[in-house]
Design a binder for this molecule. Sequence first.
Ligand code: 6LJ
Length: 158
Amino acid sequence: MAAGEAKSVLFVCLGNICRSPIAESVFRKLVTDGNLENKWMIDSGAVSDWNVGRSPDARALSCLRTHGIGTTHKARQITKDDFLTFDYILCMDESNLRDLKRKSSHIKNCKAKIELLGSYDPQNQLIIEDPYYGNDEDFETVFEQCLRCCKAFLEKPH
Ligand code: 6LJ
């Protein structure tokens, strides 16, 4: 990437209604608060097509609201184009990473660097677990992990 050029990041999880919209919203808040809107393109998506068009899980929205963050995101599945256009695709667990690497292996000229968001965690919690069958505390844990990792990623992308 040339200096001064905008960078792009796509946050990915299984259904794009819990973890990745939290990560996307947290990162967007950090970018907005830092007056860096012109420097970043930000989105999120799903490995699966289970929830396409849906708003985030009510527990994810409630967790974000608690931290003063809103979102109008609607779930979408990742596309071939995402691998060609995004600089970074940051995912949540080993299953996401396997699915993304498998999909990218069929794509010529894949541009995206595919990584675990947790690889940026200063507290070294590598995996951001799926909170779908969990409770509000699990969503709060996801939020705190995303906040730590997004701060570190914004500071110094790999
Ligand atoms: C096709 C068959 C599966 C989950 C989730 C889990 C389960 C989810 C979900 C995350 C976001 C039609 C859809 C699994 C949205 C929905 C239940 C099954 C959905 C799984 C395994 C471990 C932990 C969580 N699968 N929905 N249907 N995560």
